[in-house]
Ligand binder design. Sequence first.
Ligand code: FES
Length: 96
Amino acid sequence: MIITESYLKMIINFGILINSMIVCLCQAVTEKKVRAAIDSGASTRREVTRACRAGAGCGGCHSTIRDLIRDQQMQSACDSCVQGPAAEDFLGVAAC
Ligand code: FES
């Protein structure tokens, strides 16, 4: 099978590469790697970029990286949640 450029673009556009969604096309960084950077302490887009290079190109993925940071922080709050108020105060939204 010959892998053409258009076939490769199709795969990337569907976000499939080694069982993980591509977050940053410029640097070919997966969601899994971005989440690992966040788990390791990166809490801003710049810190994520420093940790895994996601976002170090055109900038088209910056909002997705910020969404992943927010999602991960919300998940962490929920994981340690004691039913509501603490998570709600921290995030400014009703997390539970
Ligand atoms: S898609 Fe991430 S920097 Fe371009």
